[in-house]
Design a binder for this molecule. Structure first.
Ligand code: AR6
Length: 179
């Protein structure tokens, strides 16, 4: 199991091997953390995303692509697309959100990366209930952590206190259950 850390702050300032972007399927930027990452990274990031779009189209919900990071401190950006919340089909959405986390880590491991920082995917513009999303994120990351890979540290970066409180509670409960 790798270390799982919780940070309350701004993903764009994280000095890690990869930051994960909560993108949309066009990969061409947007609001929220996506807009913040593109602004901080500069035009190089959008250029690389355009290259991916030209080669393979965009990115499906639950899928991932990797680019360089422009002017960010992080070395890479892993772009993933979370599901848009719709209560009527919640059971079909949960595995897609879990896939954002597990496939991001798979891609990071395939590149031999050691540290990855995640935002709270889908909990902003895409409207996922925060508690439900936090449980899914932590379960997916902890379950991936049983594998032997290059990854040593995963950081959940919460931008607001509501998410931070949820993550702290669920992470503490998971550690207590283990000891
Ligand atoms: N650092 C860390 N977390 C942040 C930051 C930041 N700088 N800014 C926002 N958050 P969202 P989504 C948090 O809306 O719900 C975009 O337009 C925010 O508080 O960024 O997956 C994309 O292009 C929330 O908890 O992503 C898509 O169209 C979390 O990041 C769409 O939004 C995710 O909120 C994706 O929606």
């Amino acid at each position: 199991m790798f270390d799982i850390e919780l940070v309350v702050g701004d993903l764009t300032t994280m000095a890690v091997d990869a930051v994960v972007n909560a993108a949309n399927s066009t990969l061409l930027g947007g609001g929220g953390v996506d807009g913040a990452l593109h602004r901080a990274a500069g035009p190089q990031l959008l250029e690389e995303c355009r290259g991916i779009v030209a080669r393979q189209g965009g990115c499906e919900t639950g899928d991932v692509v990797i680019t360089g990071s422009g002017e960010l401190l992080a070395r890479y950006v892993i772009h993933t697309v979370g599901p848009v919340w719709r209560a009527q089909v919640a059971d079909r959405l949960d595995p897609l959100l879990a896939s954002c986390y597990s496939r991001s880590l798979e891609l990071a491991a395939a590149h031999g990366l050691g540290s990855v920082a995640f935002p709270n995917i889908s909990t902003g513009v895409y409207g996922y209930p925060k508690e439900r999303a936090a449980r899914i994120a932590i379960t997916a990351v902890r379950s991936f952590g049983r594998r032997e890979t290059s990854i040593r540290t995963v950081i959940f970066v919460c931008f607001n206190d509501e998410n931070a409180v949820l993550y702290r509670r669920f992470l503490d409960a998971a550690s207590a259950a283990e000891s």
